[in-house]
Design a protein around this ligand. Structure first.
Ligand code: IVH
Length: 689
C-alpha cells in the first residue's frame, strides 16, 4: 500500500499539492484498515468526505494525478493469502449523489455524453435497487457449475475465495439451462439478526465484537478456514452480470430476471422508472424502509436499463457513467460524552457504555452508545467530557467511533475498568486472553439474572410478547420472579394486582406465556443462554443430540463432533450443563411443559445405516438433485453438511465436482459416486472399505 505522496508534494510548492499528498496518505491508511484489516477507524461518511476533497483538488490540478492515487483505483489490492483472480470484466465502483440536484446533474451528463456521440436515447429507463453494505463478489459458472468465487480486490485482480463462497446457502452451486460461461456479481452480507447473534457469541467467548455487519461479512469471506466461514450465516444478493459467453442481455432488467429464474437471490424490490423524479421518489421510499430491513443498505443504486447505452456511455476512471449511487444522509453525529458506565451482560462480561448528550443520528435520538470493551476503550482513548463521534448503522446499537482529542476538556481522565461488579459488588476477574472483566457471580448477580431473563423472553428465543425489558425489571423488583422458570408460575391474579396492569393485558401476557410452551426445542435450547450457544449452534446441537438429557450426558469430546463446534465451546457447553443451578432451572422448565427434546418427526432416525455419519454432496448426480440425495442420507440417519473437513465421513461426488472433491482427496476422505451412494444407503459400505 505504498503511495508516493512526496512526489506530488514539493513540485508545485503550494498548499494544494501538499494537501493532496496528505490526503493520499491518510486515505491509503484508511483503505488499508477497511479492506485489509476489515477494521476501519473512521465512518464511511468521513472517508467519503476526504475522498471527495482529494477528487476536487485533483480536478483542479490534473497534472498532479498519479496512477496510484486512491481516486484512480478501486478498493485495495488483493491480499497475499489468497490466490489472485483476474477479472475478465473489471469490477467497478460507483459515483455518488447525495442530493436531488446531483441526481439531475447526472442525468444531464448522460444526455450530453450521448448527444456528443449522436445517440438519441429518447426516454431513458432507470432501474433502482438497494445499495447493500457488504462485500462485492464475483461468481463464475462454467457449463452451469460454480467454478470460482472471488472478491473485488482492486477491481482488476481479486482474491480466490471459492471455498468460503461455497458455504453460502444463497449461492447456487449449479444452475440449469446455463450458457457455457456466466459470471454473476453480487454483494455478500450478514443478515442483521445473525450479526447480533454472532457478536453476542463473540462477546460470550471473550472475543471483541465486530464493529458492523459489513466488517464481519468481509472478515468471514476472507477467512482461511472455510469451516469457520460456514459458521457465519452469510447471504448474497445478486445484482448483476460480468463476463458471459453464449448469452447476452438487452437490458439490466433482463439480467435481473435471468438471475431470478436461475435460482439466484435477487432483491424483490428492484424497480424500473421512466424519469429521475420517479427515481428520487423511490430513493426516499428506500430511506424510509432502511431500518426495517434485515440487512444494511447505505443508499440506492440507479442504473440505466438499456445495455446498448452502457457501451456508449463507458466509464469515467473507475466509475461507469451509466450508474450512480444515491447515498443516504450520514448516520454519524458528534456530541458530548457525559459519563462512562459499566453494565454487566448475561454472561457476566462488563461492557462500557457512553451516556451521551442526546443527539439525532440517522433519524433517531441517541443518548447511549456502546464502547464495546475495555481494550477498544483503551485503544480509542475515549474519556468522560470528550466530544465523540457516534455512529448508528441500521438497527444495531449506536456506537462511539472515536473521540476528538483536540476538543478535550482539561483534566479529562482515562476511564478505569471497575474492580468489582457494578450490579452485585463481587470482585471481578480478568482472564488473560479476554478483552473483558467478568463478574464470576453467575447465579446470584442481579445484573446477570436480569440480562438472562431478557434474553430468554426475546424474539428468536421464547418470544414472549408483552414481557419486555421494563416488565422484566418490574417483575424482578416486585419479587414476582427471580429466574426464568418463575415466569411459568405467574398467575393472572398476581399480574392484575400490579399497577397499570389491567385485566386484558394480564390475560394477554398469560396467554403469551402459555403459547411459548410450544416453542420447539432448538429455540428453547437457545433461550437457555448457555455460553456460546447462539441460534445456529442451538439448531446444530438439537439436531445432533435430540434432547437436553443426551446433550448433558455428552462429554466435551463428543460435543465437539457436532458441526462447527470447537473445543473451547464444547467445554463451555459441558460445564454449563454440569452446573447444578442451571440444571435445576432446566428441570423446572421441563416440568412447566417446555420442549426439551425434538419431536418425533424432527429427529433423525436411530439405528439407520448412516447413524453418526456426516456426508458432503458435491457436483451433479445423474438422476438426483442435491436436495433429493440429502433427504435420502437423512432418512438413513446421516447428516449432510456443506463443507469438507476432518469430520466428514464420506463425500459423494457427481459430475463437475470442484474444490470439495479436491479437499476430500487431500484429507483422505472416502469419495463415492452415485452407485457408491446406493451402497452406502443400503448399509453395505463403511468408512473402512
Ligand atoms: S453495481 C458498475 N449494484 O457498491 C456498477 N453495486 O460502490 C458497480 N453495491 O462494488 C456495481 N449494492 O460492492 C451495484 N445493487 C448494487 C449494489 C452494489 C451494493 C456495492 C458493490 C460495488 C459498490 C460500488
Amino acid at each position: 500500500m505504498s503511495d508516493s505522496p512526496t512526489e506530488a508534494g514539493g513540485e508545485k510548492g503550494d498548499g494544494e499539492a501538499a494537501r493532496i499528498a496528505e490526503l493520499r496518505e491518510v486515505l491509503n491508511h484508511h483503505i488499508y484498515l477497511y479492506y485489509e484489516k476489515d477494521d476501519p477507524e473512521i465512518s464511511d461518511e468521513e472517508y467519503d468526505q476526504l475522498f471527495a476533497e482529494l477528487q476536487a483538488l485533483e480536478g483542479k490540478n490534473p497534472e498532479l494525478i498519479t496512477g496510484d492515487s486512491p481516486t484512480q483505483r478501486v478498493g485495495a489490492p488483493a491480499s497475499a493469502s489468497f490466490a489472485p483472480v483476474e477479472h475478465a470484466v473489471p469490477m467497478l465502483s460507483l459515483a455518488n449523489a447525495r442530493t436531488e440536484e446531483e441526481l439531475t446533474a447526472w442525468e444531464s451528463r448522460i444526455r450530453n455524453h450521448l448527444a456528443r456521440r449522436d445517440v438519441d436515447p429518447g426516454e431513458i429507463t432507470y432501474v433502482t435497487e438497494p445499495k447493500i453494505d457488504g462485500l462485492a463478489i464475483s461468481l463464475t459458472y462454467e457449463e452451469g457449475v460454480l467454478v470460482r468465487g472471488a472478491t473485488r480486490g482492486d477491481g482488476r485482480v481479486g482474491e480466490d475465495v471459492t471455498l468460503n463462497i461455497e458455504t453460502i446457502a444463497t449461492v447456487p452451486k449449479t444452475i440449469d439451462d446455463a450458457p457455457p460461461l456466466i459470471e454473476v456479481r453480487g454483494e455478500v452480507y450478514l443478515p442483521l439478526a445473525d450479526f447480533a447473534a454472532l457478536n453476542q457469541k463473540r462477546v460470550d467467548e471473550g472475543l471483541p465484537a465486530f464493529a458492523n455487519p459489513r466488517n464481519s461479512a468481509a472478515g468471514s469471506i476472507r477467512q482461511n478456514d472455510p469451516q469457520a466461514a460456514a459458521e457465519r450465516p452469510l447471504a448474497v444478493w445478486s445484482y448483476g452480470i460480468g463476463a458471459t459467453d453464449g448469452v447476452s442481455f438487452a437490458t439490466h432488467s433482463e439480467e435481473i430476471e435471468w438471475l431470478r429464474e436461475h435460482g439466484f437471490h435477487v432483491n424483490p424490490d428492484i424497480e424500473t422508472h421512466d424519469s429521475i423524479g420517479q427515481v428520487l421518489e423511490r430513493c426516499h421510499w428506500w430511506l424510509d424502509r432502511r431500518d426495517q430491513l434485515d440487512f444494511e443498505i447505505d443508499g440506492v443504486v440507479i442504473k440505466v436499463d438499456e445495455t446498448r447505452l452502457w457501451a456508449e456511455l463507458g466509464n469515467a476512471g473507475r466509475e461507469p457513467r451509466w450508474a450512480i449511487a444515491w447515498k443516504f444522509p450520514p448516520t454519524t453525529a458528534t456530541t458530548k460524552l457525559r459519563e462512562i458506565e459499566w453494565n454487566v451482560g448475561r454472561t457476566g462480561h462488563l461492557v462500557p457504555w457512553a451516556l451521551l448528550e442526546p443527539v439525532r443520528v440517522g433519524g433517531v435520538t441517541v443518548s447511549t452508545a456502546t464502547l464495546h470493551n475495555e481494550e477498544d476503550l483503551e485503544r480509542k482513548d475515549v474519556r468522560a467530557g470528550d466530544e465523540v463521534v457516534v455512529l448508528r448503522a441500521g438497527d444495531v446499537i449506536p456506537q462511539v467511533v472515536s473521540a476528538l482529542p483536540q476538543k478535550r476538556p482539561k483534566g479529562a481522565v482515562k476511564p478505569v475498568p471497575p474492580k468489582v461488579c457494578p450490579a452485585c459488588g463481587t470482585e471481578v476477574i480478568k482472564p488473560e486472553d479476554s478483552v473483558f472483566s467478568i463478574c464470576p457471580n453467575r447465579s446470584g448477580c442481579p445484573g446477570q439474572i436480569f440480562q438472562h431473563i431478557k434474553h430468554f423472553v426475546s424474539r428468536g428465543a421464547m418470544d414472549i410478547e408483552g414481557l419486555g425489558e421494563k416488565q422484566v425489571a418490574r417483575f424482578l423488583e416486585q419479587g414476582l420472579i427471580s429466574d426464568v422458570a418463575d415466569i411459568y408460575s405467574l398467575t393472572q391474579e398476581q399480574l392484575e394486582a400490579l399497577e397499570r396492569m389491567g385485566k386484558t393485558s394480564s390475560a394477554n401476557l398469560i396467554a403469551e406465556i402459555e403459547k411459548s410452551r410450544e416453542v420447539p426445542f432448538p429455540r428453547v435450547l437457545f433461550a437457555l443462554g448457555l455460553i456460546g450457544v447462539g441460534p445456529a449452534t442451538a439448531e446444530v446441537l438439537a439436531d445432533e443430540f435430540g434432547s437436553i438429557e443426551r446433550l448433558a450426558e455428552a462429554d466435551p469430546e463428543r460435543i465437539e463432533q457436532a458441526e462447527g463446534i470447537g473445543p473451547i465451546m464444547a467445554r463451555q457447553i459441558a460445564e454449563s450443563l454440569a452446573d447444578q443451578r442451571t440444571w435445576e432451572i432446566i428441570e423446572r422448565l421441563k416440568a412447566a411443559g417446555l420442549k426439551m427434546e425434538l419431536a418425533e418427526d424432527e429427529r433423525r432416525p436411530e439405528g439407520g445405516p448412516l447413524e453418526g455419519k456426516t456426508v458432503v454432496l458435491t457436483g451433479t448426480l445423474p438422476d438426483l438433485t442435491r436436495d433429493e440425495a440429502g433427504a435420502m442420507v437423512k432418512r438413513a440417519g446421516g447428516k449432510v453438511t456443506g463443507s469438507v473437513s476432518k469430520k466428514t465421513d464420506f463425500v459423494v461426488a457427481g459430475e463437475s465436482a470442484g474444490s470439495k472433491l479436491e479437499k476430500a482427496e487431500k484429507l483422505g476422505v472416502p469419495v463415492l459416486d452415485r452407485e457408491g451412494l446406493d451402497r452406502l444407503l443400503a448399509g453395505d459400505l463403511t468408512a473402512d472399505d
